[in-house]
Design a protein around this ligand. Structure first.
Ligand code: ZN
Length: 531
């Protein structure tokens, strides 16, 4: 049986951009649009031309994209004609394939916020849709506060939706603007709407204020809606929008949906999903959510030894879908609960060939347990585990030796009379027969140490040029008699690969130093540097 087409509409660049602290440049927007296009998203909403210089520039010229690139804006203002509204004119002039209008559909908002009559609101919808159709654009109408509006006055909410549909809008999108509607309500209300407007013209735009934006989107599809609006990683103001990164694999991998529907994302492109999700985090300079469904680093991680041995035999025993389908991977964590099977599986994954009966495997397991008891966390620090394993098996060259370092923190008044804190570090490193001394300044002692350490590693300098620290996390642990500090450092290199290293000590500088050293040595090992 032919499957029905379900359309995906991404609004990361418009609704997602309304998040606190998110400020996309023109280049950022073009990059994300390119990733979404390549992934197979049907509609990409780029922004609000006329509302800010970035969006006006974005819509100032054509782009070479397959996706239906969409401009967002308001319907004509009450009391004005469509031809005499500068906001609408900017929208109609935008170089976009489609226009998504937003209009009120809750009579209370029409009265209080818009201060106009229900009739004028309906006329504004009709006029705006007609004007955009005349310009040859595909038209969508976002019905703002649709669900709250429907509960208050179903006739009026439906009249707004119908006005757009009858005027020729391709999609009427039901928005849960406040994000407070629950899945069973969405399903019931969308069912009613689809009696009046064919479901293949109905879309859902859900917000996550009860953490059910994904569930609400799926409920709307069950009730007949055929377009889902959402954002990458659920980006969006307050609690975010519906997360397309969770919705896409659910539609592709869960038979209830995959048997009935087809989406623009192919099986091959689904494997890029993790990459696309991480690319957005990177652009926003955020650490990825480890526990994100499908794409999180922990989404397919197993800790207990007994589960691990079952997973090795038959992954289906503990996994709801295969991690490779979305570009993720199975992770068997090496921890104090670990059995031999976890360690063997990890050695396998990092490509260390070792005989299963090698006595050094037992030694490695003992070392891991001992070190975790004093605060190390290897399940979170894959690169430090990798090095520990290689060292236990005698496979890490001795590249360089930090003979001495000194870190100094100074607080003083600067030339402008402001109180500033500056840090400086001096590092003495021995590389072969050469002794190198470097100094570095930073906004804190660890930053200064990192700068000094990576300034000059002699013959190894070329390997670490692309190395970058992307995250630094500190935790104070209560380990028996005294408190110790655990530092986790996440690094990244020019290939985009990320890894995490760990250091533990009563002294935060020492703990950071260990993690920094592991990160650099890991990079050298990975690059195949020889001593
Ligand atoms: Zn929204």
């Amino acid at each position: 049986m032919a499957r029905e087409r379900l359309y995906l509409f991404d609004t990361t660049l418009r609704d997602g951009a309304q998040t606190n602290g998110v400020d996309f440049t023109l280049n950022d927007k073009l990059t994300i649009a390119g990733l979404l296009d390549d992934l197979g998203i049907d509609y990409v909403e780029g922004g609000y031309p006329g509302a800010n210089p970035t969006d006006t520039e974005l819509f100032g010229k054509e782009r070479l994209l397959e996706t239906t690139f969409t401009a967002f804006g308001m319907t004509r203002r009450p009391g004005r004609s469509a031809s005499n509204d500068p906001g609408l004119a900017a929208l109609l002039d935008a170089k976009a394939d489609a226009i998504c209008f937003v209009a009120k559909s809750w009579d209370y908002h029409v009265r209080v916020a818009l201060e106009t009559t229900p009739e004028e609101n309906l006329a504004s919808i009709r006029d705006s849709v007609r004007a955009a159709k005349t310009k040859g654009r595909e038209v969508l109408l976002d019905c703002e506060h649709f669900f709250d509006g429907y509960k208050a006055n179903p006739e009026f909410a439906l009249a707004c939706a119908k006005a757009a549909y009858e005027e020729g809008a391709r999609w009427v999108v039901l928005c849960d603007t406040n994000g407070g509607t629950l899945p069973h309500e969405v399903e019931a209300i969308v069912t009613e709407v689809c009696r009046v407007i064919p479901g293949d013209h109905v879309g859902i735009h859900a917000h996550n204020d009860t953490e059910q934006a994904v569930a609400n989107s799926l409920a709307a599809v069950r009730a007949g809606a055929r377009q889902i609006q959402g954002t990458l990683n659920g980006l969006g103001e307050r609690c975010g929008n519906a997360n397309l990164v969770s919705i896409i694999p659910t539609l592709k991998l869960k038979p209830e949906f995959s048997k009935q529907f087809e989406i623009g994302v192919t099986d091959a492109k689904l494997k890029d999903l993790l990459h696309v999700s991480r690319a957005l985090d990177e652009m926003l300079n955020r650490a990825p959510n480890r526990h994100a469904p499908y794409v999180g680093e922990s989404a397919f991680a197993t800790k207990a030894g007994i589960h691990a041995s079952a997973i090795m035999k038959e992954p289906k025993t503990y996994e709801h879908v295969a991690p490779e389908t979305i570009g993720n991977r199975r992770k068997l964590m090496v921890s104090d609960q670990a059995g031999r099977s976890n360690v063997l599986a990890e050695l396998d994954r990092i490509g260390l060939k070792v005989d299963r009966n090698d006595p050094r495997i037992a030694t490695l397991l003992d070392v891991v347990k001992e070190r975790e008891a004093i605060g190390y966390a290897y399940e979170a620090a894959d690169a430090s585990f990798d090095l520990l394993a290689r060292r236990t098996l005698g496979k890490v060259p001795s590249y360089f030796d930090v003979v001495q370092f000194d870190v100094n923190v100074e607080q003083r008044y600067n030339a402008l009379g402001e109180r500033v804190t500056v840090s400086m570090a001096v590092v003495k490193v021995k590389v072969g027969d050469e002794t190198l001394i470097s100094a570095g300044e930073g906004n804190g002692p660890v930053n200064a140490l990192d700068v000094a350490l990576r300034k000059d590693l002699g013959q190894y300098q070329r390997y670490i040029k692309g190395l970058e620290l992307t995250d630094y996390r500190v935790r104070i642990l209560d380990a028996g008699t005294e408190a110790v500090t655990r530092v986790l450092i996440e690094s990244q290199d020019e290939t985009g690969e990320r890894w995490t290293t760990v250091g533990v000590s009563p002294n935060i500088i020492d703990a950071s130093f260990q993690a920094l050293m592991d990160s650099i040595v890991y990079k050298l090992v990975k690059a195949g540097a020889t001593a």
